[in-house]
Design a protein. Structure first.
Length: 74
């Protein structure tokens, strides 16, 4: 017998991760206006987070590149 957990459709990514970890579940129902409109799978959220962090890392690497340091004193 598995308990179902739900989150509001406008939940933040932090709230979603907190629900996945806190409830030890892999799926969360998504609720809007008192109705279930779908579900989220933990790995979809993880993939989204990793993709965003990868892009952030690329942008930071571009800022702090070797060329940046070569131009530092000029």
């Amino acid at each position: 017998h598995t308990k179902l957990y739900s989150v509001p459709h406008n939940a933040s990514i932090y709230n979603l991760v907190d629900n996945f970890i806190g409830n030890r579940v892999r799926r969360l129902l998504v609720e809007k206006d008192g109705e279930y409109i779908g579900y989220l799978y933990v790995f979809d959220i993880m993939k989204s987070i990793l993709k965003a962090k990868n892009q952030e890392l690329k942008e930071l690497n571009a800022i702090v590149s070797w060329e940046y340091f070569k131009r530092w004193g000029n």
